[in-house]
Design a binder for this molecule. Structure first.
Ligand SMILES: [Zn+2]
Length: 210
């Protein structure tokens, strides 16, 4: 995890948002490889191992070693494994450096291509496929249905087809800055009430936070 992401983190427990406290172990090029994130409100501690912050509860942490998080509930019939990175950039209307873009589930695979198109943006991958590792432009977090990030901090969000379910879409919407967009890699996602659709085509659903 990039050290500057610390102030964007949020405890996944249902209590007020407060800045979490980082105790660093190993840090390399501003990437925290090991350490502990502590919550000053509920006093829970979340470990950082191999650069990945684990916000899952300990029971689920063990289970997650055998499976890669929640089971896919729906696979789109699209022949493409994932959206084209340039298309995603256009749909998210991202231009100019700075800030954070959140990628959820299989969408984390877009990070290397997106970061080559968009310099100066830091990507935050939630529940990445298990073979992925962090990079200088990509921090990885594991979580259970709550994105462990503060409200309204992301310039864009992409939700992968494997996690295109209502709880994740609610969270994608929550972390997004107002007026910014999010893309779901599923043309007909399980939509919670109150999300505004801009477009749905070619296996992608595009929404905006009003
Ligand atoms: Zn807490």
């Amino acid at each position: 995890m990039h050290i500057e992401l610390t102030e964007m983190l949020k405890c996944p427990e249902a209590h007020r948002e407060e800045m979490l406290v980082l105790s660093t172990g190993e840090v390399r090029d501003r990437m925290v490889r090991s350490g502990i994130i502590g919550c000053p409100v509920c006093h829970k501690e979340y470990p950082i191992a191999l650069g990945i912050v684990n916000f899952r509860r300990s029971k689920e942490r063990v289970a997650s070693d055998m499976t890669s998080g929640p089971r896919p509930v729906y696979r789109p019939p699209s022949p493409l494994p994932s959206a084209d990175a340039a298309k995603l950039q256009a749909l998210l209307e991202l231009s100019g450096p700075g800030g954070f873009v959140v990628l959820i589930g299989s969408a984390v695979r877009q990070a290397p291509r997106l970061s080559s198109l968009m310099e100066g943006i830091h990507f935050v991958g939630i529940n990445a496929p298990p073979d992925m590792e962090e990079q200088q432009t990509l921090s990885l977090l594991y979580a259970n249905e709550r994105v462990p990030l503060r409200t309204a901090i992301a310039r864009g969000v992409v939700v992968g087809a494997d996690l295109a379910t209502s709880p994740w879409l609610v969270e994608a919407h929550r972390v997004l800055l107002r007026g910014r967009r999010f893309v779901v890699e599923n043309e007909e996602p399980e939509l919670p009430i109150g999300l505004v659709q801009l477009a749905a085509e070619h296996g992608l659903w595009v929404g905006e936070k009003r």
